[in-house]
Design a protein around this ligand. Structure first.
Ligand SMILES: Cc1cc2nc3c(=O)[nH]c(=O)nc-3n(C[C@H](O)[C@H](O)[C@H](O)COP(=O)(O)OP(=O)(O)OC[C@H]3O[C@@H](n4cnc5c(N)ncnc54)[C@H](O)[C@@H]3O)c2cc1C
Length: 444
């Protein structure tokens, strides 16, 4: 195992958090990790993934555990119905996982819009994609292996230690360090992506109903540019192989031209330098793109690079409140004079039963506000947070917000159960940090 005590400055992707852990360890196997936990000598222990959380979820002043060596594929168990249970090291990056699954003729049911994260980091904060009939990544987890506070290596699933499983599959690493995760994968599939600009009001009018944009597509999302009434829509549906419609490279404009490429970086820089131009820039950006259709393997359609660095807040709200929330944010933007060059992103998920899932028990819409790295975000995000409070919004565990455990307890019906599991699994708070103290409550 490599182990260092020298000065390790760690920063997250968004440059909102940094840490100087007392020690950094890179265990080669679960046994090494277990011995680190057993001999922690009063230090707190926290695993770090790819550092893609905007919050202080991964920050520690104690022992930082890097999981890169625990990132192999352990087993693939085909199931009679064509799905498979796939056990992977907790530190595997999603892009590697996707490649391995594809090589086995498998894929994930649903994914978020980048693939740089580790699987453990992604599930621990409730990472999700879009799809009204689908859950997030934690809902696709069927088993976990973790090192607990007393240095034991234990397995948990719905059948075996189900309560520990609940908090291990989405709980900010607060009951142990995950070493392996078993996922339910599905047979590989292709997605046909249709991207089209539409007036925002038309999108909102057509959202609901059995043939509406949300229920009528496997994966629907849209981007709305503040200061305009324009939206860019993206509908991905399962397709038969259709190589004729492939683009090279495979992604469409939402990824290639809107969010990832140099033009978007340039418009953001321009907006930062000349804020009053933002409404005009947004009007042009939201009209510049024409409709486009392509088909590709699912993981290539789901994920794309994000080369323009930003800060993000995302709230899960009851699905039926999308229009109200966007109206309120629109009203605030107009009144405040703040300039926001980055679009808001709206996605959807089915209600699930994961205790700390932002979609727990309710059909959900996700509304994400972004701000370019060089522009101030606090006033805007705090205004968005006030709007979200009116609809009992639940913040993404890995994205910026200012809620605390007292408020979150009102929003999650199983919050007390989570507290009880933590109190039993980690009575000394070995896996706690300032962020878990704030959002889950201090264990002692
Ligand atoms: C550009 C960008 C795009 C994004 N897109 C999406 C998206 O589409 N959908 C979405 O929902 N989110 C999205 N996110 C948020 C991101 O998915 C989450 O913040 C995720 O947690 C990041 O994973 P990570 O591997 O970087 O974990 P980190 O941020 O490093 O860690 C996250 C948490 O997991 C814990 N953890 C990590 N490894 C372990 C382990 N082995 N055992 C126990 N706990 C562990 C950490 O301690 C921490 O609490 C995006 C973020 C960025 C920067």
């Amino acid at each position: 195992m490599s182990m260092g005590t020298e000065d390790h400055l760690w920063q997250n992707w968004a440059r909102t958090e940094s840490a100087r852990p007392a020690r950094v360890v890179s265990p080669r196997d679960p046994d090494e990790l277990a011995s680190v936990v057993r001999s922690r000598d009063g230090l707190r222990v926290r695993a770090v993934g790819a550092g893609h959380s905007f919050t202080g979820a991964a920050v520690t002043d104690g022992i930082q555990v890097r999981m890169d060596a625990l990132s192999t594929v352990e087993r693939v168990d085909p199931r009679p119905d064509g799905t498979a249970h796939v056990t992977v090291g907790a530190g595997i990056r999603l892009h590697t996982l996707n490649r391995v699954l594809a090589a086995c003729g498998l894929g994930m049911r649903n994914l978020g819009d980048i693939d740089r994260q580790t699987i453990a980091g992604a599930i621990s904060t409730g990472t999700h994609g879009t799809g009204a009939r689908l859950g997030g990544l934690s809902a696709q987890v069927v088993g976990v292996r973790l090192v607990t506070a007393d240095g034991e290596i234990v397995e948990a699933s719905r059948e075996h230690r189900p309560e520990l499983f609940e908090v291990a599959r989405l709980g900010l690493g607060s009951v142990g360090v995950l070493t392996a995760i078993t996922l339910e994968a599905v047979p590989a599939f292709e997605l046909r992506a249709v991207e089209a600009p539409l007036p925002l009001d038309e999108v909102l009018d057509r959202l609901d109903g059995p043939d509406g944009l949300v229920d009528g597509n496997d994966h629907f999302e849209f981007y709305w540019f503040p200061h305009t009434r324009r939206a860019l829509t993206k509908a991905n549906n399962r397709a038969q192989s259709d190589p004729g419609s492939r683009l090279h490279p495979v992604r469409g404009w939402v990824d290639d031209e809107l969010l990832s490429n140099g033009v978007f970086a340039a418009t953001n820089r321009l907006a930062a330098a000349a804020p009053s131009l933002t409404p005009r820039i947004n009007r042009i950006a939201s009209r510049a793109l024409s409709a486009r259709t392509y088909t590709a393997p699912s993981h290539e359609v789901f994920a794309s690079p994000r080369r323009v660095r930003f800060r993000e807040m995302e709230y899960a709200i009851p699905r039926e409140r999308v229009r109200d929330v966007l109206d309120e944010i629109d009203a605030w933007t107009r009144a405040s004079g703040d300039n926001i060059p980055f679009p808001l992103e709206v996605r959807f998920a089915a209600a699930d039963d994961v205790w700390l899932s932002t979609a727990h028990g309710r059909d959900t819409a996700y509304i994400a506000a972004h701000q370019y790295l060089r522009l101030p975000y606090r006033r805007y995000f705090q205004a968005v947070e006030r709007v979200m409070a009116q609809v009992d919004g639940r913040p993404h565990w890995g994205k910026l917000h200012w809620l605390d455990a007292a408020r979150l307890a009102e929003l999650y019906p199983r919050f007390d159960d989570v507290r009880a599991v933590r109190a039993k699994a980690d009575p000394e708070g070995a896996f706690a940090n300032a962020y878990t103290d704030r959002v889950l409550g201090a264990v002692r």
